[in-house]
Design a protein around this ligand. Structure first.
Ligand SMILES: [Zn+2]
Ligand SMILES: [Zn+2]
Length: 134
């Protein structure tokens, strides 16, 4: 736990953000959960910071998004989820429980593009049902 704490603090410092206990706690929540929406982060962080407001959580999320420490996953028909930025990957979204899973999709997709379009990278979101909801 201690080492993790230092990792989050360093991550913030690398991006020239102040390492506040709230930000460190938020990174810890995201690290444990993988992908979490704002309500989840808010409910979890309130356990340690009882008087924190939703606005403060939003503000910190936006600051860390801007610095690239975390990234936003826009999920259809759901609130956006956030995760700590890591290697490029795609997502599988469970339509039943709303859980988001990391998946790897081959770099080269077999897609026919119209003449003149030059693909650089692709990001895929697969909707379906996860093993625990099946
Ligand atoms: Zn599910
Ligand atoms: Zn992810």
């Amino acid at each position: 736990m201690e080492t993790r704490y230092m990792e989050y603090a360093n991550l913030l410092k690398q991006k020239e953000l102040k390492s506040t206990p709230q930000r460190v706690a938020m990174l810890g929540i995201l690290d444990r959960k993988g992908h979490a929406d704002i309500d989840y982060i808010y409910n979890e962080i309130k356990k340690d910071f009882v008087s924190i407001s939703l606005a403060t959580v939003y503000k910190n999320v936006n600051t860390m998004l801007g610095a690239g420490i975390i990234q936003e996953i826009k999920v259809p028909n759901q609130k956006s989820k956030y995760e700590i930025t890591k290697h490029k990957h795609s997502h599988f979204v469970c339509e039943k429980c709303g859980e988001v899973y990391d998946i790897d999709v081959p770099k080269k997709l077999d897609v026919e593009l119209p003449e003149g379009f030059e693909p650089k990278e692709a990001s895929v979101m697969i909707m379906g049902v996860c093993p625990s909801c099946k």
